[in-house]
Design a binder for this molecule. Structure first.
Ligand SMILES: Cc1cc2nc3c(=O)[nH]c(=O)nc-3n(C[C@H](O)[C@H](O)[C@H](O)COP(=O)(O)OP(=O)(O)OC[C@H]3O[C@@H](n4cnc5c(N)ncnc54)[C@H](O)[C@@H]3O)c2cc1C
Ligand code: SF4
Length: 161
């Protein structure tokens, strides 16, 4: 409320998080998903009288191979690569890889598309420029790059934040 972002209250945001959690099969780890190393941590917590609880994960029928940090080789981890991206493609979305958004284009104070650079994934060489015109632009380049793209695009927040 302090910054006028009333739509981002925990209460209003919760239903969206719940929907995504359902879609990505996020669940509290079951007993068989908690390994020996974690059991040592649990023992330590209990000895020190620290509270503990199992983590939640977005995984479907985990095979317990322990390769998650390098990418799940059997596609059981419900990452965007096996969920929202192919689902969007099935609805007609076009996905451009190796394509970096340089700036968001604006028309009459509204975002109207993006300008992007396409690179060769092997050499990193700049191979083409691209422009996308769109009625709706969603900027989701992460906490570091979204503000940088907005800055490059000259669309800093008018509130001064
Ligand atoms: C090591 C690590 C472990 C984590 N573990 C967990 C965890 O266990 N549970 C949890 O809930 N969260 C975890 N997080 C946090 C979570 O990953 C992030 O909060 C979340 O991924 C942010 O999502 P996002 O879509 O906003 O941005 P990102 O996932 O960062 O996606 C931004 C995308 O934009 C792309 N991009 C950036 N600039 C451009 C550009 N100019 N043009 C085109 N594309 C661009 C990037 O390549 C990236 O694919 C972890 C984070 C890290 C770093
Ligand atoms: S890599 Fe996949 S199958 Fe293996 S432990 Fe991680 S989520 Fe489970």
């Amino acid at each position: 409320a302090k910054y006028g972002l009333d739509n981002l209250s925990a209460e209003k945001f919760r239903p969206y998080l719940d929907t995504v959690a359902d879609q990505l099969q996020i669940h509290i780890n079951e007993a068989h998903e908690i390994n020996a190393c974690a059991h040592k941590v649990i023992q330590g917590c209990e000895k020190m009288q620290f509270s503990w609880k199992p983590a939640q994960r977005n995984v479907k029928q985990c095979a317990l191979t322990g390769h998650c940090l390098a990418g799940c080789p059997s596609d059981r981890k419900m990452s965007s690569l096996v969920t929202h991206l192919p689902w969007a493609a099935a609805y007609g979305a076009r996905i451009f890889s190796d394509t970096e958004v340089v700036k968001v284009r604006t028309r009459n104070g509204r975002a109207s598309g993006v300008e992007a650079r396409v690179t060769d994934p092997d050499s990193g060489a700049h191979v083409a420029d691209m422009q996308v015109d769109a009625d709706l632009v969603v900027l989701a380049a992460g906490a570091i790059h979204s503000p940088l793209i907005m800055q490059r695009s000259g669309v800093e927040d008018r509130s001064g934040q």
